[in-house]
Design a protein around this ligand. Structure first.
Ligand SMILES: [Zn+2]
Length: 73
């Protein structure tokens, strides 16, 4: 699988920031940081991340609370 890197998110800009090692998390972060830097420096564009990375509401609350102390009155 070939990683295309991170494309600039500013409309009409074709700059891409390639990831040296697609399987390396630090490389991904570095490419992402460079892109953000470019967006701000070149376009004064601050990307507002959409909240799509958070799990759907409710999925966390449904986890069983293991080890939670029971209230004994
Ligand atoms: Zn750009």
């Amino acid at each position: 699988m070939r990683y295309g890197g991170f494309p600039c998110r500013y409309g009409g800009c074709d700059v891409r920031f390639s990831v040296e090692r697609g399987d390396s998390y630090p490389s991904l972060l570095e490419a992402s940081a460079k892109r953000t830097e470019h967006e701000i420096a070149e376009h004064q564009y601050h990307h507002v991340p959409l909240r799509t990375e958070t799990p759907p509401a409710g999925s966390l609350q449904r986890l069983p609370r293991r080890g939670a102390p029971k209230r004994i009155d």
